[in-house]
Design a protein around this ligand. Structure first.
Ligand code: HC1
Ligand code: SF4
Length: 564
């Protein structure tokens, strides 16, 4: 507690950890590359330098506020420093802004303009390095890296994966992987959280837009879309809407304009997952198997992490395929049966997640050599397609999903937020259909944005312990406690991204806790507005169990090699 004098203005401070936070409280916007409130302080970019009354300079992000301190944020000396830093960064940058995908959203571009860099005095000094676009999810272009280290810390501090780090010295300094390998050749889980924090075009989503256009233009293909739960509360941000605004009807209308033949909701796949996973959990509880707790399997970044880091736990990971994959298989099966022409069925999944691209491409997610999900485009890629085609998103009239899967349950939609899978599974167990039962579940402790949540609920006279985590680093801590016997759970839900899929790396940028909270609110609002609350009450799901799934239920579960 205390006060500071910032540019002559008296500002009180409370628990702000650094001067930068107090400066922002004063309504002054200092440029930063390497400061993220959710990552550790690095203090490397030096853009947030300030000057005290004796003329000493310091980084405001890494200096705690002191009572009575007097500082200036924009002296001539500081302005000169900032300009020089940007000029030096640009001397090492490839500067192909006109064609760079990040153009218009690039922090380097934005700050260069802000600090008044109008021309670059230095020639381009650095040798051109190869671009790594070999993986399924992320493209890494070291020529655009400004060495802020944000990706290094996101990978380490959010995911505990740590495949990126600094290498070499002096002017050769680089952010890279061990032995400079391609990202897909190291233990990267494709979560994309590195790209969420990257200020430039050094880390980008691997786009599949061109593949989607090719399919849409091919008369011999029927192109079928499935839209993931979290997309509906975020895509509007690309068109000026508030985070959390529910845009499902507009997305459907936009997809029809783009030429999609059939449009469905991945929440139907989530409903199937709820039923299969709840049954699996009950079965394990009743048989008192030693493969407890049961871990959820729907997050592909978590699944890959578990395979790499905890092969001994794979028996504990649910045998359920993810909703994306269950639904892809079901759609293909359904259309094979009802089809009256010989068009090839192509499933395009629209996902908030970069790791879903890798999931869809995994060999076990093909049956007889044909992928269940052919193309995965992220929320941001769909927004690009909408813009490229001159569709005015905000003016679209809302349209309805197609049959035979045109129903959505609230249980399926809440999958998009951390805690949603557990809540949906609990709804399945509690057969009593009163509003107070639903409220009781929502208040059990599984909602909210905390990284680790725990709840104990009673099912059939048994105390069932549920753990909910987001961020793989949090998952790792929980696993350690489970293995050491410090914690006991029956079910553990793991989502890699902050807040669950709403914070996926395919979602619009910028992302922060406030944006994620608003998106989560949108998801719960969509649930409230849905007349169907439980997965088993979704008529599309009932029809599937009475129809194609009677003889094909195995397509909902993981098998090494699908031959069906
Ligand atoms: Fe998700 Fe899922 S909720 S993983 O977060 O289980 O991506 O939205 O589609 O598959 O349904 C993502 C979201 C998504 C799957 C579902
Ligand atoms: Fe690390 Fe995820 Fe980026 Fe891979 S995608 S480098 S795991 S943050």
């Amino acid at each position: 507690m205390g006060h500071m004098i910032i540019d002559g203005q008296r500002i009180e401070f409370g628990d702000e950890k650094n001067i930068l936070a107090v400066i922002r409280k004063a309504g002054i916007e200092l440029p930063t590359f390497c400061y993220h409130s959710e990552l550790s302080v690095y203090g490397a970019c030096r853009m947030c330098m300030i000057e005290d009354k004796w003329g000493s300079t310091m980084t405001s992000c890494s200096t705690p506020p002191k009572d009575g301190m007097e500082i200036k944020t924009n002296t001539e000396k500081l302005k000169k420093y900032r300009k020089m830093i940007i000029e030096l960064l640009l001397a090492n940058h490839d500067r192909d802004c006109t064609t760079c995908e990040k153009s218009g959203r690039c922090k380097l571009q934005e700050i260069a303009l802000k600090v008044g860099v109008r021309k670059i005095r230095f020639g381009q000094g650095k040798k051109v390095m190869p671009v790594d676009d070999l993986g399924p999810s992320i493209v890494r272009n070291p020529n655009k890296c400004i060495l802020c280290g944000d990706c290094v810390r996101a990978c380490q501090e959010i995911q505990g994966v740590g495949v990126l780090d600094f290498a070499y010295r002096g002017s050769d300094l680089q952010v890279t992987t061990a032995f400079n390998k391609a990202l897909h050749a190291v233990d990267c889980v494709n979560c994309g959280q590195c790209r969420v924090v990257c200020p430039t075009g050094a880390l980008m989503i691997k786009k599949e837009i061109d593949r989607a256009y090719e399919a849409l233009q091919n008369k011999n293909m029927r192109v079928i879309a499935q839209i993931a739960p979290a997309v509906r509360v975020a895509i509007g941000e690309e068109f000026g809407l508030e985070p959390g605004a529910i845009s499902m009807g507009k997305i459907v209308a936009a997809l029809r304009k783009l030429g999609f033949d059939n449009i469905f909701d991945t929440a139907v796949g989530a409903d199937l997952t709820v039923i299969e996973e709840a049954e699996e959990l009950m079965d394990r509880i009743q048989k008192k198997q030693n493969t407890m707790p049961l871990f959820s399997s729907c997050c592909p970044a978590w699944f890959k992490y578990a395979e790499q880091k905890h092969p001994e736990l794979m028996e504990n990971v649910s045998s359920c395929r993810s909703p994306q994959q269950m639904f892809g298989a079901v759609i293909k099966e359904q259309f094979k049966r009802q089809q009256k022409d010989d068009r090839q069925n192509v499933v395009v999944a629209i996902m908030p997640c970069t790791a879903k691209k890798h999931e869809a491409a995994r060999p076990e997610n093909s049956r007889n050599g044909i992928r269940d999900v052919d193309i995965v485009i992220t929320t941001q890629e769909l927004a690009i397609m909408i813009q490229e085609n001159g569709i005015i998103f905000n003016e679209l009239e809302e349209e309805a999903l197609d049959m035979p899967f045109g129903f959505t349950s609230g249980a399926g939609v809440i999958f998009g937020v951390s805690g949603g899978v557990s809540e949906a599974v609990l709804r399945y167990y509690y057969k009593e259909r009163t509003a107070s039962t639903l409220k009781g579940i929502s208040y059990s402790g599984i909602r909210g944005m905390e990284g680790v949540k725990e709840a104990t609920v009673e099912i059939d006279g048994r105390q069932v312990r549920i753990g909910v985590v987001h961020g793989l680093k949090n998952a790792e801590s929980l696993i350690k406690k489970i293995v050491n016997g410090q914690e006991r759970f029956d079910f553990v839900e793991v989502m890699a991204c902050p807040g669950g899929c709403i914070g996926g790396a395919g979602q619009p940028i910028p992302q922060n806790s406030d944006v994620r909270r608003k998106r989560a609110k949108g998801i719960y609002k969509a649930d409230n507005e849905s007349p169907i609350k439980r997965s088993e009450d979704n008529p599309a799901v009932t029809n599937l169990y009475e129809g194609i799934l009677q003889s094909k239920r195995e397509i909902l579960h993981r098998h090494e090699n699908h031959q069906n």
